[in-house]
Design a protein around this ligand. Sequence first.
Ligand code: AKG
Ligand code: FE2
Length: 455
Amino acid sequence: MVSEVVPIPSRVESLAKSGIQVIPKEYVRPQEELNGIGNIFEDEKKDEGPQVPTISLKEIDSEDKEIREKCHQELKKAAVEWGVMHLVNHGISDELIDRVKVAGSTFFDLPVEEKEKYANDQASGNVQGYGSKLANSACGQLEWEDYFFHCVFPEDKRDLAIWPKTTADYIPATSEYAKQIRNLATKIFAVLSIGLGLEEGRLEKEVGGMEDLLLQMKINYYPKCPQPELALGVEAHTDVSALTFILHNMVPGLQLFYEGKWVTAKCVPNSIIMHIGDTIEILSNGKYKSILHRGVVNKEKVRISWAIFCEPPKEKIMLKPLPETVTEAEPSQFPPRTFAQHMAHKLFKKDDHDAAAEQKIFKKDDQDSAAVHKASEKDDRDIVAEHIVLKEDKQDSAAEQKAFKKVDQVIVAECKVLKEDEQDAVAEHKVFKKDDQDVVTEHKVLKHVPVEESE
Ligand SMILES: O=C(O)CCC(=O)C(=O)O
Ligand SMILES: [Fe+2]
């Protein structure tokens, strides 16, 4: 019998629709990542334990100082304690949000072959468009999702040519939504700035302002999964952004790692989920949290989420704790890095197999908290390593300096020798001269004597 090698379809949707009951091994996550995954519909109903806070923005601009400050205080508390929240009364109309969801869903309703016309090309750096996570040669772990990714703000940085043309409303609805999210981001940055005792425009300025803060939309499409207890739609991560705003189709799936346990986010009607990303965590010196989260999948329903990542420019800004957030008691927790360097650093850490192997050693019960502990320990080690390199660099330059000094001394010594040689030569010369004179004198004497003798 000839066994045929069946290639894995590159789109998760095709795989899901092929009728398989067992998912390919590339989608099976390691045991330690599967802790806390059960039935997401049941998890979403549970009311015990900590819950993601819901923050109303109704009074964010209130004329009444006391009412306004109460709203600010609640938002700040959620950013400090959780770094993620359901925003309600956010000022973006339900109608506009529905249009955005219809526009995106209509694209994903197309057959895969039609969507392929929008495929991105990650190998050549075209990250915008329709895509799926590519197998990474180092660990080969895949995620149960396809996505559509594109820049939505500022207007001059968008490429409308690659946006879906499935409905006439895609561009108007998504553009208007992006503009309103951008304005909402300004208000949130203001509240977070005030919460750090800074001027209200400070954080917005620090992340690039209207011109340079980039808004990128990622529509996550999670097909039904025959073995949801073995897969992840999005693996555990923190967002690198400054802020992330997420809509979804009211199918549960988002989980947050809070106080050592995975907490399932409820589906709150008419809300926008907002994450504080790494960028704000760094600028605030860890005061505002960027929470670890993941996307869980299920057997029954397709899940779709619309994330807008608000990101600082890649190279232009050096991200580090703002001086006002650093004191002797609270020293800087983050070394300076550009946004691009920060992303590269995270990728490098993820590829570290030793750390993954080490994680396996931990007891089952303790796994998740141990994993997080390990990760922060690793961060610490990186910082220590960097510190050592700097120290070594300093020692190297000190050694170099010593070597130069030594060379200098040699030169001085040589110079002395040369000078002494010269003096010797002069002395010799004098002797010769003297000798010469003596010879001449002798000669004269000798010459003189015979004459005298002959006389
Ligand atoms: O689908 C979600 O709810 C979360 C997706 C997510 O975390 C991301 O795209 O960064
Ligand atoms: Fe995320």
